[in-house]
Write a protein that binds this ligand. Sequence first.
Ligand code: SF4
Ligand code: SF4
Length: 105
Amino acid sequence: MGSVNPPKTDTDPATGRAYLRDILKTKPIVNNPIKGRIEVDTERCKGCEVCVVACPTQTLALGAEVNTKGYRPCYMAQPEQCIGCAACAMVCPDSCITVYRAQRA
Ligand code: SF4
Ligand code: SF4
């Protein structure tokens, strides 16, 4: 009996698609063909950092400036690292983030 290699990705049983976490593990981010960009509604952002933690490429950070409510909105501290995965937008409790994607040149 030979050993069977485990699959490189798990799939979502509902959709049959690979989970994002597994895609990110198996596809080097530097070779990702998609370049992402986000826009943050800085007046609505409450600086909770949920998006910063969720970003798989460490693109985001809280800024030094405060908005009119006294919160420090997040921003793209490492914009070249964004792959447009939209994890940040999905976890933001106040829907402050819009994601844009383009092919890398
Ligand atoms: S779209 Fe993805 S890679 Fe880009 S900032 Fe949001 S979580 Fe990070
Ligand atoms: S998750 Fe939303 S509210 Fe929290 S820091 Fe990010 S953009 Fe701001």
